[in-house]
Every structure is written in C-alpha cells, then in structure tokens.
Design a protein around this ligand. Sequence first.
Ligand code: FES
Ligand SMILES: [Fe+2]
Length: 409
Amino acid sequence: MNTGDKVSPGRTSDARAELIGMARRNMLHAEAGTIEQADGVVRVPASNYFDERQWQREVDQVFKRVPLMLAMSCELKAAGDFKTLEVCGVPVLLVRDDEQVVRAFINSCSHRGAVVVTEQRGSRTRFSCPYHAWTYDGRGDLVSIYAESDFGEIDKSCHGLTRLPAGERAGMVWVSLDPESTLDLDVFLCGYDQLLAQFDFADWSLFEDRTLKGPNWKIAYDGYLDLYHLPILHRNTFGANMPNQALYDAWGPHQRVSSPDPGLLKLKDSNESDWPTARLLQGVWTIFPHVSIASFDGGGGRGVMVSQLFPGQTPLESYTVQNYVMERLPESDAVRDRAHEQFGLLEMVVRDEDYATGLRQQAALRSRPDAQVLFGRNEAGGQHFHGFIERLLACDSENLSDLFSMNSA
Ligand code: FES
Ligand SMILES: [Fe+2]
C-alpha cells in the first residue's frame, strides 16, 4: 500500500462541485417523487452469510487485503498519541510519530512476540514491552534491549516492530493488515476521500466510543446501506417519518446513501456558494468494507457516528465500534447531557433494533441453507456491495489495483 500524502490542488472545489451536483440530482428526484432503480432484483445465496469457508475467504481476501479505516485522525492528535486494537486476530498499534506521521505496526514484540502495548490509548514516545522490557520508539525501531550484554548480539535495526502500510486522508487513518500490501491507498479510495474531506474531520474530536456485538458482518453492513427499513424496523424510535427511498452514489466500492429530500428544494434558487456544506453532506457515507458515517445533530453542533464493523471469531459474530465524533465538544453540562442522550439512542437503535433483528435473521437463514436473499431495484447499494465482494474474492492479489481502478468513478 502506498502511504504518501497526496494533495491535489483544486480537488476541494471539485469535491464541493460534486456535492452540489448530487444535491441538484436529489432535488430533481425530490420534486418528481422518483428514485433511480437498479436494473433488476438481485439474489444472493443465504449461505454467504454463514458458510464457514465463505467467511474465511472474506476475512483473508477482503479484510486482510484492503486498507481498513482504523482511527479518526483526532484520536491521534499529537506526536506520541497511540491507539491499539485487534482486527481479525491481528493486534495493531497506531502511533503518531515525532514528525506527525501516523504509523501502524503489528503490536507484537520482536523478542518473543508479547503484545507490547496493552493500553487502548495513551501518549508516549517509547514503548517498553511488559515481558522483558525491549523498548521501541514511535517509528517502531528497537531502541534498547534489557540486559543487552547478557542477551547476546543481534542487529537492533533488523528487529523493530513489523510495520503495516498506513496512510491518512480526510481526517481518517487507513491501515492494511498485510505488511506486504502494494495496493495504493488512493487507488483503493477512488477519489472518495476528497468528498469525505468536506467534513473536515481532522479538526473534530472524539466524544466517546463503545463496542457492540452483532451478527455476521455483512448482515450488519447491509443495514447501513438500507433506507428501505427505516420507517418499518425503526418506527418506534426515530424512523416513523423517515423516507424509505434511497439514492446511491458510488466511488469504486464506497457508497454514499441519501434520501430524496424535499427540504433541499429551499436552496434551489439561492447562490450555490451559500449552500451549507452540512446540508450537502447529509445521509450515510459508507467506506468499504466496514465503515458507515451517519450525521446527526449532536445537541449543540454537528456530530457523526462513525461505525467501524469487524468480523468476530466466527461467521455468526461481528463487533462494531461506534465512535461519536463532534465538530465541537460540548462545553456545558446541558449540551453534554443532550449529546449523551443522542448517542445512547443511537446505540440502543443499532443494538436492539438492527442487530437484534440481524441475529434472528441469520439464525432463520441457517434453517434454509439453500435459500437466496433478495435485493430489490430500490436496494442498489446492497447489490453493489455484494457484487463487489464477489469480484474481490475472485481477484488475484496482483490484480487488486486494476479492480479498484476499473471501478473508480
Ligand atoms: S517478548 Fe517483549 S521483551 Fe520479551
Ligand atoms: Fe437500521
């Protein structure tokens, strides 16, 4: 994976123009009461959601081959800030080094493999292994060996932490779990990061995060691409008056989901340069294969819930880290309380409505192993997602770049 930073002059205005184009298209549909439909109804084998071999292929050929969004940049604001997490069995350490570059490593000591950093977050310039105190710096270089003269001679420069390709775009950090990956991050992102950059996440802050258990990762992910269920499954919480219709925009496998919004029509005859960016960013922004970003009013400013979805130990488990990220952290107790209430509701909705339904759904599907599930012409997002997974599983590692280049917008 190429990790270089990329700044393209003019991209910001291109991205805003693209957002405006999408808003104009949204208005046309909102006025006409129409959506764009896929060509036909697509069928996906039910066993894709629970078959052990299928799931292992997805872990190995999806999660371990493409860059994953593992942190918001604001979680690693200052030099020395670090974060650890485990993804598909790989312990990962993320650190912002003294040159402000975010680096990623397998969090396993080069001596005998112990997990070097056991805290979830913190800030420091040296990382000392809890087993025998071998110590690494923020670049993962081995800087000292405890009782070195007793240990015997080794070349320290060859015994740093194993580096994982990492790159930062749009206020987010992507990491490949494959140390040898040559997939260029910008090829993988297909320009989508230029749109995501319009949020200005680098300047936002993490309010809180929590982890939820859920069903098979694709059952969970389907829900993030699906507005069809909102007024039904969520009718008792937030969904009663929500639209069930969706417009999908894709950049390679990454998709934005928005609903035709009659409220946008108020902007129609005003100067486009005055259109509020927050309005242009409405909806759900998914990042393949495992992230969804949903906007909401954080009770005193803009907020988003960034959900990172990871496969669990078996095909029937996943876990989701919900990160509540706010443009401005609440400054008063009243605003803080409102934000907690808002985030509590979002957690409850996902846990008790989406994932509870998904867990029952996967159990029911296992009782009909030869069945197929359907994605309608109004569910183009799910069609695109499952189609891309299929192409990715069929793609050799040496052709990965071509797969993403071919599918970029
Ligand atoms: S395993 Fe880390 S110092 Fe021994
Ligand atoms: Fe939902």
